[in-house]
Structure formats: C-alpha cells, structure tokens
Design a protein around this ligand. Structure first.
Ligand code: ZN
Length: 341
C-alpha cells in the first residue's frame, strides 16, 4: 500500500498526549485579504489511560447546529480523569461553512460529505477531508457524525447507520444505534453514498453512527437534549465513561423505533416547481398512494396543483422544509419498521 500523502494541514494538538487540549487545525488559506493567511479550525483532544478512540464531528454541513452545540458543551464538560481512552471532538468539520451558516463552504463551494477521501492538492474542503481521512480516522475505533436536516429538510430525530455486509459489525453498529437513544434508529439507504465520511469510515472497517436530528436551519430543546444524551450514551456504551447508559424509558419516553428505507420508493422527489402545501405532517403514518403534499404554481393560479403521493406506507420521517420547492428536490422520506435478525 502507498504511504498516505503528507497533509498541508498541521495540528496544534498532540493526539497521543494525556489530558485535555483545546487546539486547532491550521489550514493554509492564501487570499486577497491575507496573503500568508490560514484558517484555525477548532479541535479538542481528551486522552486518558487505555481504551478506544472515538471521533465526534459536527458541522459537516454548516447549517446543522445540534452537533456543534453538543460537542462544544461536551468539550468543556468532559474531564480527562473521568474517561478511559481518547475522545477527539471537531465541532465544525466544514469550518468555513459553519462560520457562514451554510451547508457548503463559502470559500470553494465544497460539500464536506461528498469530499472524502479528499485531496492534499484540492481546495480547502478537500484538504480538510484528506487530513481527517489520513491523520485522524486511522486512530479511531468509533466515529460519530452529527447531522440534522439543515435549512432545506426537517427530520423526526433519528440516529442513522447503513446496511452493512459484515454481520458482526452490523450487530455492533445496531446496538450503538439503539444506545444513542433518538426517537428513531434508521438503517438508511443513501441516494448517493459516494464521497461521504460514512463510506470512508465503513471502508476502514470501523464503527460509524450518523444522525439527522431535526432541521430547518435551527435547533429545538428536544433535538439538543437528544444530541447531549446520545453522545454521552455512546461514550458510556463503549466504556470511555464508566456510567450506565441513560435509557429513553428513564425519561418517560417510548423506546427507539427501529426503521429502514430499503429502496428508492421511500423517497418522494418533487416533480414541479412552486409553493409546497404540506398535507401529511412530519411524524405521521402515511398509506401507500395517499397524498402527502401538493405543489402550487404561483405563476398560474388557474393550474391545478401537482399532487405528490407516498410510494409506500410508513412513517413520514423527513420533509422538505422551506415554502418553495423545485423539481428534483427531496419532498419527503418515508420509513418502514425494521426487524432485527
Ligand atoms: Zn448534514
């Protein structure tokens, strides 16, 4: 195997040093207003004794805020003496995007979750992906990437994994998915998995959990609570914190509902452009063939709206969030119950 390319990004932290370090990744960024400038992207390392290494990332998309908030809180609260192992926290993985509150990078338009394994000679987004892929992922046993729907989608809060061919890893990941403690645990079929952090970690044979905790470009007290409990539960479950896992039942909530999206019929894609009338709200049960939304042509009120129907029965897990919709947008995702072997 070829030795990994050296990164142009340098870290102010030492991943092997014991204790807690708040530091940054220094990313060269020569530009009009700073000829020899760089970006300083926060990274936190908490290391003590022996145990697994867990990487938690937020802000992979810059308009999804549960991850950055939960991970900044965890970074301040977690004491190195109270863990066994190593926790690496990156609250803003696409740091330029988080700074501007946009899904993709305002510098190069890069979508971090389509940029792995990245490139040392690429743009800023590619350089960050390459650094994480070549320098951090090899250290990790577990990677948790906290997403929500951003400005254009809204989700029933879900912890997410992919269907895996390796039976042992499928079982271990399903256990972790339930431990996270979101209302839904989703085994997801991606529309396009190329270039995702998920795919990069899975190809290395490591445990990967993602989430979609809400959306609309904001947060709720509920989704933040789920994120706070979820990240700590994973640390407890994998033995990094010596505490029992907090179960949903302890908070008087229903257990996590295990669901999946087995094929492309689960995705309802908009067929017209206009104003989106929601017929079925997020979190409702829909029947196959039922109308879940209509697109009204605001240029021509005489036109009948285009009806969008469910291609299968199940839970309306995700919906398009803004009032306007375009042809090709994801209007909704419908999930079915999933039964473990
Ligand atoms: Zn995202």
């Amino acid at each position: 195997m070829k030795a990994p390319e050296k990164s142009r990004i340098s870290a102010s932290v030492d991943y092997d040093k014991a204790g807690k370090q708040f530091g940054y990744l220094s990313i060269p960024h020569s530009r009009d207003d700073s000829a020899w400038g760089s970006l300083r992207m926060p990274v936190v390392v908490i290391n003590n004794g022996s145990g697994p290494t867990a990487l938690f990332t937020g802000g992979n998309h810059g308009d999804e805020y549960e991850g950055p908030i939960a991970l900044m809180k965890l970074a301040r609260e977690l004491d190195s003496a109270s863990i066994q192992g190593r926790v690496i926290l990156i609250p803003g993985l696409n740091f330029p995007a988080l700074c501007s509150g946009t899904r993709t990078s305002p510098i190069d338009g890069g979508n971090m979750n389509r940029s792995f394994p990245g490139s040392n000679r690429g743009n800023i987004t590619n350089m960050i992906a390459h650094y994480v892929h070549s320098q951090i992922l090899p250290l990790c046993d577990l990677v948790v990437d906290i997403h929500s729907g951003g400005k254009t989608l809204n989700f029933v809060p879900s912890a997410i994994m992919h269907q895996l061919d390796d039976e042992q890893r499928m079982r271990t990941t399903l256990d972790a998915l339930l431990v996270f403690g979101a209302p839904v645990g989703l085994v997801l079929r991606e529309l396009d998995a190329e270039g995702m952090l998920d795919t990069a970690v899975e190809e290395m044979g490591k445990i990967f959990i993602s989430t979609e905790l809400g959306g609309g470009g904001s947060v709720t007290a509920e989704t933040l609570h789920i994120a706070d409990v979820g990240v700590r539960n994973l640390l407890r479950h994998f033995g990094l914190i010596e505490e029992p896992v907090a179960k949903r039942e302890d908070f008087g909530m229903e257990p996590t509902r295990l669901m999946h999206t087995p094929d492309s019929d689960c995705f309802v894609i908009a067929e017209d452009e206009g104003i989106y009338e929601v017929i079925a709200d997020l979190g409702t049960e829909v029947e196959i063939g039922s109308v879940i939304g209509r697109v009204h042509d605001h240029q021509d009120p005489s036109r009948q709206p285009v009806e969008h129907t469910a291609h299968r029965s199940g839970l309306l897990l995700c919906r398009h969030f803004p009032g306007h919709i375009k042809r090709g947008d994801c209007a909704a995702v419908i999930a079915e119950d999933y039964h473990r072997n």
